[in-house]
Design a protein around this ligand. Structure first.
Ligand code: G3I
Length: 378
């Protein structure tokens, strides 16, 4: 069966099911959009980040696309410490509970994000000097939050972004007050609180050799301590046209060799000029705006869209080459309009980093991504 007829067959089969199941309206609206989750169902999970408005189902267009396209979601912000534990003994599980309920109703897996991170810490942690208080927060937060969602979420980013670009441990209140074994302790506490939940380490630029070596050392240290770690998340905040393909391939091989899952957890291929000569996702560092730094405010030129489409196709071809090691690809937002890259590093930017445009319509990159799946049996 040729590739074109395979995709035509999958789509018509999907359309037939939609029509039979009375999904006429949705089908009519999405006639051109085969579901990513169906296309990749034999390969890896396909996910998206969800923001608070989407979790509260206040965004009908996004809601339709999330239910149609994705079988995994990551909370963009609502399960982070500053939101889920605003007070020493005060927890706010409202939006996190809504996300879990939404996912259960729609047969979607939740990758909870994130238990231990130097950023978006609760206000009461800022300036905390006493190591015993930091340790008590650390134990309480992981134990109380992870145990609440054990078996209800599929996985946790237990620790996020604990490394510097040279692979050394990033300075943080946790490293400072708890010492360099804090990552192992975080996974030990999470394993105890959430025995039915997968546990991951998540970071950006860990495809880069030095930082990758640092991540491998962290993972080996956890494993050597006899503590469970199930996978590593490479965030994937890259720029279309400069995606480090060779480093990504090497990182898939090296992380897989540790016997753990490899995931791409916060995918977006931005198209705007990079104000720095390095690739970072450090939210606290911003840059000065100018027309030159925001060249597509009035629309994405076709040449740039085609370049991005090729970049996404190359990336997903690599994921398909290693589909036995890559277990998930998650986009950091449903559509271009939702992306954090419209506000970072230059507030008020107009970026186009995802597969769906601001009208929730599939872009060229969407079709090049699904074209990376070859029909079974060929
Ligand atoms: O909720 C408040 C709102 O009440 C207030 O009116 C508004 C104005 O300041 O801010 C809102 O909080 C914002 C929050 O997103 C929710 O929208 C914060 O200012 C803003 O900093 C925060 O940005 C998030 C960022 O993490 C913070 O570090 C982005 O949405 C989110 O996409 C981004 O995600 C991170 C991953 O967690 C880890 N990897 C990198 C990735 C991108 O930075």
């Amino acid at each position: 069966m040729s590739k074109k007829s395979f995709i035509r067959f999958t789509f018509s089969a999907w359309l037939f099911i939609m029509t039979c199941t009375g999904g006429e309206k949705a089908a009519a609206q999405n006639t051109q959009t085969p579901p990513l989750k169906e296309i990749f169902k034999n390969d890896f999970l396909i996910g998206t980040a969800m923001n608070a408005q989407q979790i509260e189902e206040k965004d009908a267009a996004a809601d339709r696309l999330i239910k149609q396209q994705f079988n995994a979601v990551t909370p963009e912000n609502v399960m982070k410490a500053e939101i889920i534990q605003p007070g020493w003994n005060k927890y706010d599980f409202d939006l996190a509970d809504k996300l879990v309920a939404y996912a259960q109703q729609n047969n979607i897996k939740v990758n909870a994000h994130t238990l231990i991170w130097h950023s978006q810490l609760p206000a009461f942690m800022h300036g905390m000097r006493d190591a015993d208080s930091v340790r008590q927060y650390f134990i309480n937060h992981i134990t109380n939050v992870a145990s609440r969602y054990d078996g209800k979420v599929y996985s946790w980013d237990v620790v996020n972004e604990a490394l510097n670009e040279d692979g050394t441990l990033r300075k943080s209140i946790f490293l400072e007050k708890l010492g360099d074994n804090y990552i192992v302790e975080a996974f030990r506490l999470a394993q105890k609180a959430a025995p039915h939940t997968k546990l991951y380490y998540n970071d950006y630029n860990i495809e880069q050799p030095e930082k990758r070596a640092g991540a491998i050392a962290v993972i080996k240290k956890i494993q050597a301590a006899g503590v469970r770690i199930d996978g590593v998340g490479i965030q994937g905040h890259w720029k279309a046209g400069t995606v480090p393909m060779q480093n990504i391939e090497e990182s898939i091989k090296e992380f897989s060799a540790l016997g753990i899952e490899v995931m791409f957890t916060e995918l977006d291929l931005g198209v705007l000029p990079n104000p720095w000569n390095n690739n970072t996702a450090e939210v606290s560092s911003t840059a000065k705006g100018s027309a030159a730094m925001n060249p597509y405010a009035n629309g994405l030129p076709d040449s740039v869209e085609q370049m991005q489409s090729k970049a996404y196709a190359d990336l997903f071809s690599l994921f398909m080459k290693y589909k036995n090691n890559v277990t998930r690809g998650t986009f950091w937002g449903v559509n271009d309009g939702q992306s954090w890259l419209n506000g970072w590093p230059i507030p008020g930017s107009t970026n186009y980093p995802l597969l769906f445009d601001r009208n929730f319509k599939p872009k060229a990159a969407f079709y090049s991504v699904i074209a990376t799946v070859t029909p079974r049996g060929n």
